[in-house]
Design a binder for this molecule. Structure first.
Ligand SMILES: Nc1ncnc2c1ncn2[C@@H]1O[C@H](COP(=O)(O)OP(=O)(O)O)[C@@H](O)[C@H]1O
Ligand SMILES: [Mg+2]
Length: 438
């Protein structure tokens, strides 16, 4: 048996280097909201207050909260707990690293359902610098600021308060107009980011996890990248890709969409909104969700390049946290990679989707969207949100076209005799009953 020696990392060096693990303001706040969702919160309030050096950011929720001993454990870098399949947490680091990436001093106050007492602990970078110890501070009851107590004075929940915002405001000229403008623009970015990454929660699509987020008392509205409210958005058939990981079978779910062309949008305003935070071209491609929370928006993960002609293709890709290792999720939950063992399969299924998107785009460009009667070889089901149906030619040498079921029936009848017409009507009625139950 070898001799063993415990070599404890230097607190001061490690905590400082962990500040640069990859968060920015928006992704840091989003990581705290993950914690709130996981704690069953239905409401999160974000307050960003600009007072020069005394500026602060406060994120409070009405979730289950924590008892004092649980909060103390939660403050530990690499806190221990068991994770459930659909949990948004992962490394036991988010609360600490996200907070410290933006400030030098942060406190967490929490009140559990069982215990009305509010527990508070803080991490203070200057204390770590001084002592080089992994020590958190517990303020005396009378020293707990109202800012930490008020949001949970009536119910359970957790409040995270960031102070000494060196990364957001900086200490030089912190009172100045430039600092104020920076905070304003960061808030705007934050609003766009949260409305995107949590859109499924904000629009009540996630069973039992509906959520409201307020930024400085303004309610954040969901941004749906797939324009499902637009009647001309085509919702293609969902695709499942099996993947074996750690001896267990798992699945990746893809839901492809072909967005309408500029002219087909219900309004130019709606078209503009769908351009997203990066603009129409970079927003094409994969929207990757882990347990319903968006991790990546747009881009083809190296499978293709961004191309004006394929900008109408957006593909939702969902994976469960059980596949975190394969997707190589990073701590800041901003980046993933497609698993090597599924890349080929994903590439294969994406090709026809991209062709359809390109076809739709080209039709608009040539102003030639006058479809000829297609060979109906495959009928793809639509989701209940949009009754448009996609009829797709599967043979490679025939062009792809998009039609509604009514349009196809109409077209086929143009070539039919009077007697055949009746049969076609019957067949289409049966098809409608099968697809839509009517
Ligand atoms: N808002 C919150 N409400 C209740 N519990 C929380 C909250 N934020 C953090 N926690 C607890 O603190 C633990 C540590 O959080 P974190 O550092 O983000 O790591 P992770 O989310 O990966 O577990 C969580 O597992 C959870 O138990
Ligand atoms: Mg977390």
């Amino acid at each position: 048996m070898n001799e063993t020696y415990e070599v404890i990392p230097s607190a001061k060096r490690l905590i400082k280097s962990l500040r640069d693990i990859g968060y920015d303001f928006s992704t840091a706040v989003a990581d705290l909201i993950d914690n709130s969702i996981e704690a069953g919160a239905s409401k999160v309030d974000i307050d960003v207050a600009f007072y020069g050096n005394d500026s602060y950011v406060r994120i409070s929720d009405n979730g289950n909260g924590m008892k004092s001993e649980n909060l103390k454990e939660a403050m530990r870098y690499g806190s221990e707990r068991d994770y459930l399949e659909e949990d948004l947490g992962r490394f036991g680091l988010g609360l600490k690293t996200a907070s410290m990436s933006q400030c030098q001093y942060f406190s967490v106050a929490s009140r559990s359902k069982e215990n009305k007492q509010i527990a508070v602990f803080s991490w203070d970078l200057s204390h770590i610098e001084r002592t080089n110890k992994w020590e958190i501070l517990q303020p005396k009851e009378k020293d707990i600021p109202e800012l930490l107590k008020t949001p949970i004075s009536e119910h359970s929940g957790t409040v995270v308060l960031w102070e000494k915002l060196d990364r957001i405001i900086g200490f030089k000229n912190s009172e100045g107009e430039a600092a104020r403008n920076k905070v304003i623009s960061m808030c705007r970015e934050l609003e766009n980011y949260l409305s995107m990454v949590f859109h499924k929660f904000l629009s009540n699509e996630v069973l039992g996890k509906s959520l409201e987020i307020y930024l400085n008392r303004n309610k954040i509205q969901p941004w749906d990248p797939f324009g499902r409210h637009e009647s001309k958005t085509n919702i293609l058939s969902p695709i499942k890709i099996k993947i074996i990981h750690n001896g267990a079978e798992n699945k990746i779910f893809l839901q492809p969409y072909i967005l309408p062309t500029k002219e087909e949008f219900s309004s130019q305003d709606s078209f503009q909104k769908l351009s997203g935070i990066s603009g129409w071209n970079p927003q094409q491609g994969f929207y990757i969700y882990r347990a319903n929370r968006m991790i990546q928006s747009g881009g083809w993960c190296g499978l293709r390049v961004i191309d004006e002609h394929t900008k109408l293709a957006r593909i939702e890709l969902n994976f469960s946290p059980a596949l975190d290792d394969l997707f190589k999720i990073n701590v800041a939950k901003m980046k993933v990679q497609l698993p090597v063992q599924a890349r080929e399969e994903i590439e294969r299924v994406v090709k026809p989707i991209v062709s359809l998107a390109r076809e739709r785009y080209d039709h608009e460009k040539k102003n030639l969207f006058k479809p000829s009667a297609p060979k109906v070889t495959e009928i793809q089901q639509t989701s209940p949100i949009n009754k448009n149906i996609l009829i797709k030619n599967s043979s490679q040498d025939i062009k792809f076209d998009l039609f509604t079921l009514n349009e196809v029936e109409q077209k086929v009848k143009e070539f039919a005799t009077k007697y055949e017409s009746k049969t076609i009507s019957d067949v289409f009625s049966r098809l409608r009953r099968r697809l839509f139950g009517r």
